[in-house]
Design a protein around this ligand. Structure first.
Ligand code: C5P
Length: 209
């Protein structure tokens, strides 16, 4: 079997407030790094689109560095048509300042920051998805709500979504449940992200059977 071309996004995005400040999140990129390693070990060709991460990534993957959600959207829309599968493990900022200030903002008592939603990247990829392509997403929730996860699966036109608890974001461990587009579910025991990455790469490849 020839290698599958896998596009994996990872890490946070940073949305500038001014030249030195940004809105970000706690994503470490560890899950994404584990997925890149697992995909390479399985003999697949990997492109990684990375937000600002300190986590080391294998050099055998083609690496594209981005900073903002808008840059990640542009990179995904450009790269996805050249790949069989997109795994969207990045923690994309949901909001960005309507206008970043060109000058460093001075401190003042109370400052209002006007925010607008960023584009939903994996949903945008879903809209250009060909019948021979698959998309996989993640869902991080504070309160377990399987219906909400299934709604996301459908709205974002995903083939598979990985649900995990919010504590997972900076942890070494993950205790996920997989929700598939055919309605099936798979609850997995807690394990290191590296071990889970091997399973997710197998399940993702299985989406083409
Ligand atoms: O809606 P929610 O943020 O929980 O969905 C999570 C999934 O959607 C993840 O796979 C994440 O990478 C993706 N996402 C995205 N673009 C956004 C927000 C989330 O692709 N702006």
């Amino acid at each position: 079997m020839s290698a599958m071309r896998m596009l994996i996004t990872a890490g946070p995005t940073r949305e500038p407030i001014d030249p030195v400040r940004y809105i970000g999140n706690r994503s470490s990129g560890k899950m994404g790094a584990a997925l890149v390693r697992a995909a390479l070990a399985a003999g697949q060709e990997v492109t990684a689109i990375l937000g600002p991460v300190a986590t080391p990534f294998p050099s055998a993957a083609q690496r594209i560095d981005v900073e903002t959600a808008e840059q990640m959207l542009a990179a995904v829309l450009r790269e996805f048509p050249k790949h069989d599968l997109l795994i969207m493990a990045a923690a994309v900022a949901d909001y960005r300042p309507v206008a970043a200030s060109a000058a460093k903002l001075a401190r003042k008592g109370v400052r209002m920051l006007e925010l607008e939603s960023t584009a939903d990247i994996v949903a945008a990829a879903g809209r250009i998805k060909r019948p021979d392509q698959r998309t996989v997403g993640f869902s991080l929730e504070t309160t377990p709500d399987p219906q909400r996860v299934r709604d996301k699966l459908r709205q974002k036109k995903l083939d598979l979504i990985v649900y995990n608890a919010v504590e997972t974001i900076s942890s070494e461990l993950i205790q996920p449940t997989l929700f598939f587009a055919d309605g099936s579910e798979e609850k997995l025991p807690s394990r290191p992200k590296g071990e889970f990455a091997d399973i997710l790469i197998q399940r993702s490849a299985g989406l083409f059977d």
